[in-house]
Design a protein around this ligand. Structure first.
Ligand SMILES: [Cu+2]
Length: 303
């Protein structure tokens, strides 16, 4: 692929994301199946052409058991238990409505279903002018289960999504994972991804059958020279994305047992530890690439 077509692809991507205005969303990071979950729906924008949000209605997904809804000052809460249930907040007056330039969290608590997988909350936002129904689900085949799923066509009005993981598996979501392809004779390469934990975690280990040694590395400037070294653990704060990327933190695969060719997929297992010291693992299939999908935003980094 030429660098011109890569630049074009990157340009198209950024145009698409600029056109998408802020949606009603849950904080990133997964939660554990069967656990009690506090869903904080972040409203950060009024409907298109509107000045303020006047009501919000969350349709609860099947299998989600509502426990309680904390009061939202200046707004009235109604709970409709028909069907799978709906929680609705309505501003008590125009003065209490949420201005488009302000952000607010609308919170409800409930028990998550026992099954793992993505859970979608459809949210109807009502404004002084018009409504926005955040109810679109990702189209079939875009890797809904997706530890490594690449983003397909993004819906304009996505439903709020929560990834539910099985008890015992690491509550961390992996996006955009890739390993850099090797050239003949190369014995080491880098691995990159974005990790988002649902609770405070530390990445304490990595393993893959293709490498004799796998470590988490950091890049540091020492004088004029960029150096890298292994770190014993990488903090993954709750609900924040931590990017492993060329020039920054990365997975280092050494003593490679085979060349890594673009297009193949390689199993990678991440070990994490929670604040109580409990360890769990997460396994993904990382694609091997020459460069990140959608064009590189960071400078190339060679080992
Ligand atoms: Cu390295």
């Amino acid at each position: 692929m030429s660098s011109i077509s890569r630049t074009l692809a990157a340009g198209l991507l950024s145009t698409a994301s600029a056109a998408t205005f802020a949606h009603v969303a849950l904080p990133p990071g997964p939660a554990v199946a069967g656990s009690s979950y506090e869903a904080a729906f972040r409203v950060g924008h009024a409907c298109q052409g509107a000045h303020a949000t006047t009501a919000l209605a969350v349709r609860l997904p099947r299998g989600f058991t509502l426990q309680d809804v904390p009061a939202h000052a200046g707004w009235t809460t109604e709970i409709d238990r028909s069907g799978d249930g709906t929680v609705r907040w309505t501003a008590d007056s125009a003065a209490q409505a949420l201005p488009g330039h302000q952000k607010s969290d609308f919170v409800l608590r409930g028990k998550l279903p026992a099954e793992a997988g993505p859970l979608y909350f459809k949210v109807l936002q009502t404004c002084d002018v018009g409504t926005a129904d955040w109810a679109q689900l990702p189209s079939e085949g875009t890797g809904a289960a997706g530890a490594t799923g690449t983003a397909g066509e993004k819906p304009l009005f996505p439903a709020a999504r929560l990834l539910v993981v099985a008890p015992g598996s690491a509550p961390v979501e992996v996006a955009g994972a890739w390993l850099r392809a090797t050239v003949p004779g190369q014995s080491a390469t880098g691995g990159f991804m974005t990790l988002t934990a649902g609770v405070p975690l530390r990445l304490v280990g990595v393993s893959t059958p293709v490498a004799g040694v796998a470590e988490v590395h950091e890049m540091k400037m020492e004088g004029d020279v960029m150096k890298m070294r292994a770190v014993p653990a990488l903090e993954l704060p709750a609900r924040q994305s931590v990017e492993l990327k060329p020039g920054g933190y990365h997975l280092m695969l050494m003593n490679l047992k085979q060349p890594l060719a673009a297009g193949q997929h390689v199993p990678v297992t991440l070990s994490v530890q929670d604040a109580q010291g409990a360890k769990s693992t997460l396994s993904i299939q990382a694609p091997v690439m020459l460069a990140p999908a959608g064009g590189a935003s960071a400078p190339a980094h060679r080992h």
